[in-house]
Write a protein that binds this ligand. Structure first.
Ligand SMILES: Cc1cc2nc3c(=O)[nH]c(=O)nc-3n(C[C@H](O)[C@H](O)[C@H](O)COP(=O)(O)O)c2cc1C
Length: 195
């Protein structure tokens, strides 16, 4: 595999275990390398480009079949359909909480407000009790609803799609509320808020 173009930073998939994970039918732009008809891209560069899309920040939660809670910080959330009311988010296949999200059959999307950066960071780290000290209420399917959020969407898991190294989880919204406030934003790998 030979790099094409002066700005290529792509590395052969054989040299890095993660490069191959981005093989996909991507629009060919600078920074890509063709190998047997499949496009590859440097993961760090792709992550940087993806990060140019400003988003809000959510914490998606669920109650696992054993009764414990799982939750993780997510910015891949998007609304999909009004009728029926559908949303989706993308779950890394390597996430520890994947079996609980899939097994639960329900999840809650907690939309974070400005000032909830610490909560976002806490739920983006694995291996600790993410819910310690939080007073949650239970929503559909027992999914915990976090305090102080802009909005909550309680969902029934209706579909999953395999998509590369992620799983797309489509949910039907069964209940929603929006106390309101200012949003927490995420852009270029950093938090921000509305000016
Ligand atoms: C702002 C932000 C957005 C994130 N968005 C996602 C996402 O959409 N999907 C995902 O799988 N991980 C996302 N992550 C990473 C997870 O929050 C992180 O890997 C978490 O530790 C996974 O939890 P678990 O392995 O304990 O299940 C995001 C992290 C941050 C800081």
């Amino acid at each position: 595999m030979e790099p094409r173009g002066p700005d290529l930073v792509a590395v052969a998939a054989a040299e890095t275990p993660t490069a191959g994970r981005y093989a996909a039918a991507l629009v060919p732009i600078g920074g890509m390398v063709e190998e047997g008809g499949t496009m590859h891209m440097d993961p760090a560069e792709l992550r940087r480009v993806f990060g140019m899309f400003a988003t809000g920040v959510t914490i998606v939660t669920a109650r696992d079949p054993e009764g414990g809670y799982v939750g993780m910080t997510v910015n891949s959330f998007t609304s999909v359909s009004l009728d029926p009311p559908l949303v989706l988010w993308c779950l890394d296949r390597a996430a520890w909480s994947l079996p609980a999200f899939v097994g639960s059959g329900a999840y809650a999307v907690n939309v974070l407000a400005a000032g909830q950066e610490e909560l976002s960071n806490r739920f983006a780290r694995r291996g600790e009790d993410k819910f310690a000290g939080l007073e949650v209420t239970e929503g559909h399917g027992g999914a915990p609803l976090l305090p102080g959020c802009l909005a909550h969407l309680q969902c029934r898991l209706v579909d999953t799609h395999e998509a590369g190294d992620h799983l797309v989880l489509v949910g039907e919204v069964v209940e929603a509320d929006a106390p309101g406030g200012e949003p927490l934003l995420f852009f270029g790998g950093r938090y921000g808020r509305l000016a």
